[in-house]
Design a binder for this molecule. Structure first.
Ligand code: GLU
Length: 593
């Protein structure tokens, strides 16, 4: 019998209690997008904060799953207990997340997977990022020559990319699965058919989502006949998704990309009031990509993560590489000086990210230049210990490229980390982009709006082409940062988070917390958030860190306080067992045996 390591009483008690939410979702910013205009909107958190519930560090001897929902984490742990590999458990967990946390991820979206294979001692990276339809051009998000309203773009057929998650999961399973593919669908089919209790967070996010309510198919599933969101604890069943899962279980991933299911997705996108250009050929032609993982030495460790088209791990590595030339590890994690150094390093990394990173199949991303130790040392030298540099400029990193452009990445994503008893580890971040994606609901699942991660404008203010502009078949730049930390060739940590571009700061600070500040993984996740995305220096609203606001201003920082609903899920692997952490800002759980 699987031992539940972490107490989950809070969660189930919460199912029956009056939900505690912050006062509503901040409105979506009105966006007139060009390279500079997005800066005002970079703080948006449309998947709202829904409270904070303390967690305890979880321990296990053999295996562990940390995921954003207890039902999903349990499904993964059951697969591990049945002899499944970390890859098997990640797949089973993800399939359940699609049902119980539908706002964040699912088969209508994409994701990135980083896997450590114990037998070979190698790390693999799988890219299941959505692609732009083949018939689009750089004007996809322009109306009468001007960028369209961001909210309209999100809630439309136009933003839907060819979903990559199913192909990526199948690729992971093909190379690292142990149990039969069909078996991995069983827990999710059971949850879909028998139903699950609507969680406080799902209820809260449904309460304030008129765009979702406006889509008839979505409304029929998520709301009652009066248009009210199902209450906390309501048993919600998803027979349509159960049917889809049975089809995929029996026929494999091709059944998602061809045939009736593909036809339904294409029809829904094309018949939307703001239609998109997704066609059957885009789905049929979708391929996941196995990429060379991005790795960088860091002190006695090696950091590994997803390479571009995600900008996430690259920026995390830059931040940590830059900070290794400062004294940050001499200061407490919640000290003024730590906030200053961390924010300044973030400015430098985000300046480079905004300038250089896009889909590497379309753009030369100067990855090795950006991680070169001499380059990072030179960047660190720009940091003054007592005064903010203000807006950082991108470095030249020894390569020539177009600016990648500003985009507004909205937090609706999920991260999971799995370690099996044989030492295999998976770190996986998946997404449908905004909360409930495009709001287009097909056969029990939501289609993504991931194409809004492209720059809406094709050229910058100087007229130069933007690297992250829309192009046919291209993957939009991401900030998702599924990462592993290795020591002596073996994983010691797996971490990642949702949170749009703030993911980069969440993950960098969690790694710093464990490796440099000797925090346990739960303490590292719990730390109040802070950092800079090369605009204001941001402090987590209502947290103890906000006490530094005035002192930071005196050091030249422009300071903003805002909600930071991260969803860090992480594991630390020690010689004596596995430790797990889950973000108190969401509903996650780490369980193992
Ligand atoms: N679409 C974003 C990205 O790929 C993720 C959004 C989120 O984290 O919620 O970076």
């Amino acid at each position: 019998m699987l031992r539940r390591v972490r107490l989950v009483t809070w969660f189930f008690a919460a199912l029956w209690a009056a939900p505690v939410f912050s006062s509503g979702t901040p409105p979506l910013p009105v966006r007139t997008v060009n390279v500079t205009a997005a800066s005002a909107a970079v703080h948006a958190n449309p998947e709202a904060a829904t409270g904070y519930a303390e967690r305890e560090l979880a321990y296990a001897q053999h295996f562990m799953v940390s995921a954003a929902n207890p039902i999903a984490a349990r499904a993964g742990a059951d697969i591990l207990a049945a002899g499944g590999s970390a890859a098997d458990a990640a797949i089973a967990t993800q399939l359940v997340l699609n049902i119980v946390e539908p706002q964040s991820s699912g088969i209508g979206g994409g994701g990135f997977i980083v896997n450590f294979d114990a037998a070979s001692g190698q790390v693999q990276a799988y890219d299941g990022r959505e692609t732009a339809p083949r018939s689009v051009d750089a004007e996809l998000f322009l109306q009468d020559g001007a960028p369209m309203q961001f909210r309209e773009a999100v809630n439309s057929g136009r933003s839907v990319g060819a979903p990559g998650l199913v192909r990526a999961l199948a690729m992971l399973h093909g190379e690292h699965g142990r149990l039969p593919w069909a078996q991995l669908f069983e827990p999710a089919i059971a949850v879909a058919e028998q139903g699950f209790a609507v969680s406080p967070r799902l209820h809260g996010l449904l309460s304030d989502n008129d765009a979702l309510r406006a889509q008839a198919d979505a409304a029929a599933y998520f709301y009652d006949e009066q248009g009210q969101p199902w209450p906390v604890g309501h048993l919600l069943k998803n027979p349509a998704l159960a049917r889809v899962y049975r089809t995929l279980a029996q026929q494999g991933p091709d059944a998602f990309y061809t045939g009736w299911l593909a036809d339904r997705m294409v029809q829904a996108v094309q018949e939307h009031a703001v239609p998109g250009q997704l066609q059957a050929t885009d789905l049929e032609g979708y391929r996941a990509v196995r990429r060379e993982p991005l790795c960088m030495p860091y002190k006695v460790y090696t950091l590994c993560g997803m390479p571009p088209p995600s900008a996430g791990p690259l920026a995390v590595m830059q931040i940590l590489g830059i900070l290794s030339h400062t004294e940050i590890d001499q200061y407490a994690p919640d000290s003024l000086q730590a906030v200053h150094y961390f924010s300044e390093a973030g400015r430098l990394a985000f300046a480079d990210r905004d300038a250089w990173v896009a889909d590497p199949d379309f753009v030369d991303v100067p990855v090795s230049g950006l991680l070169d130790p001499d380059y990072l040392q030179a960047r660190a030298a720009l940091i003054d210990a007592h005064k903010s540099m203000g807006k950082a400029r991108a470095g030249s990193a020894g390569a020539v490229s177009a600016p990648s452009g500003q985009t507004l990445e909205l937090p609706a994503t999920t991260h999971l980390a799995v370690a099996d008893a044989d030492g295999n580890v998976v770190s996986m971040t998946t997404s449908i982009e905004s909360a409930f994606g495009s709001k287009i609901f097909v056969e029990g699942f939501l289609l993504n709006n991931q194409l809004t991660d492209f720059s809406f404008s094709a050229t910058g203010e100087d007229g130069a082409a933007i690297a992250n502009r829309v192009e046919p078949g291209k993957r939009p730049r991401s900030s998702m940062a599924p990462m592993l930390v290795l020591h002596n060739g073996k994983p010691v940590m797996a971490i990642g988070s949702p949170g749009g571009s703030a993911i980069i700061n969440y993950v960098a600070k969690a790694i710093l917390g464990v490796l440099d500040w000797n925090l346990d993984i739960q303490q590292a996740i719990d730390q109040p958030h802070y950092g800079s995305r090369n605009y204001a220096t941001e402090l987590e609203q209502g947290s103890a860190i906000a006490r530094h606001a005035d002192a930071l201003r005196a050091m030249g920082h422009e300071v903003r306080e805002l909600d930071f609903p991260s969803g860090l899920q992480g594991l630390v692997l020690t010689p004596t067992g596995i430790q797990g952490g889950a973000d108190p800002r969401r509903e996650g759980l780490a369980i193992g045996q």
